[in-house]
Design a protein around this ligand. Sequence first.
Ligand code: MSP
Length: 514
Amino acid sequence: MKRFYITTAIDYVNGSPHLGHAYEKVLTDVIARFRRQMGDQVHFLTGVDEHGQKVQQSARARGIPPQQFADEVSAEFRALLPRLNIANDDFIRTTEERHKRVVRQVLQQLFDKGEIYQAEYRGFYSARQEQFLQDKDRNPDGSWPEIYGEVTEITESNYFFKLRQYQDWLVDFLARHEDFIFPRFRQKQVLEFLKEPLNDLCISRPRERLEWGIPLPFDEQYVTYVWFDALLNYYSAVADRPGTWPATWHVIGKDILVPPHAVYWPIMLHAAGLPLPGGIIAHGWWLQSGAKMSKSLGNALNPLDLVTEFGPDAFRYFVIREMNVGQDSDFTREQFLVRYNSELANNLGNLVNRTLNMTTRFAGGVIPTAGAPEEAEQELQALWARTRDEFLPLCEGFQFHTALERAMTFITATNAYIERRAPWKLGKSADPADQARLRTALATMAEALRLGTALVAAVMPGAAAKINGVLGYPPGATWTDELVWGPRLAGRKVAEALVLFPRPQPAGPAPAKP
Ligand code: MSP
């Protein structure tokens, strides 16, 4: 079995989860489920980033100790996972001992190798971004951009990781691994960034300024810079699982690609003598009226509201169908409802209902054996063959939005097939040829529904399980075999009805909460 280790970014626990966080988990879960279907041995890690200035500040604002604050908010992030039907294998918190131990080990190892040195640092510091700034970060008029918040000049002694000496190595590595970052245009941005000389990375924060972090093993007066600590979660979580590292893919948002994931992380691993991950998938942002959804902007839509209202399957379907991985997408409730109504309720939901209803009415609830296919069946089967052949490479290339579009086209064609065959008319005919056509039509719609369901199973696992349930069908172990058109359903007893996506919802504002 092929080993497949996939991770999400670990979320800061300085505020509640929002759509951006939920999307990343769903996207990663869809990839993980797809790889499991393809027979890989998947390990899926997600978690939370609990140290650093932001968490310390948020805890202070609430007047509680940072650990208590982190416990509360982490619980919220963790609770989101089952509600989104995320099948992760592990969940890591950076305050866990298993993580801190590995961070200390790696720091000590790098220190012993001479990769870390102490130096006096004088410079401009942004508390909001937790980073030192350089003149090139200034606005043309010399002021500091908004995003840095208050900027102060400070002098302090700190520890530095020798990043610069690995710059040429990294450029060379990226040249040799053209597909390291998905989508590809982002790899070009990294190379652009690497045209400027790198500075060594300040990896310590004096404890008088920041208490909430992992003390440096070689100098307890300092805690570890939060990014150095956080990135190591991907490794620390599997340090005790031989054969799991390296990660196959890290899934992250585009805002944390350069420099943390594309520059610091590969260099940290290389310096520590650890294998590099297979690649990084950098997804885009969910926007609301063109602005990034974020805690600080206060425009964050609570994903749980939509999940509560429409269920995890509809939510997952929407975010995967709507977003082209790597691009940004605008989130509106209206667009959600358009897709919900037209693609889920009226298309897939309708096919399920018609199949159950007609099998019950015309065949006593038992799926018949198909007779010889006529033109209508041949056309649908030919479309199936094309759909399946396109679907797998689309998923392997993370083009899930297009893959889902193809799946929906096939469902639409199946509904059109039913219109064309009109079993309700065939059912009235006493002609044995029409009776044979009716049996073939019932068998064909059920088989097409089974196949369409197999395609959307990674995105809508709950709905897929329910559909297979009402078809009386337990899917086999090998997914690709399941995608072959055949007589598997003949003789199975179907349920009479299934409400998957309750009646089409009127477009408009969310119903008032009681
Ligand atoms: N703690 C760091 C990541 C450390 S990884 C070793 C962090 N946390 S975060 O909570 O700010 O963001 C977590 C993830 O959510 C990031 O990948 C980020 O890109 C993603 N999103 C946050 N807001 C987003 C949107 N509006 N849209 C899509 N995803 C975005 O960064």
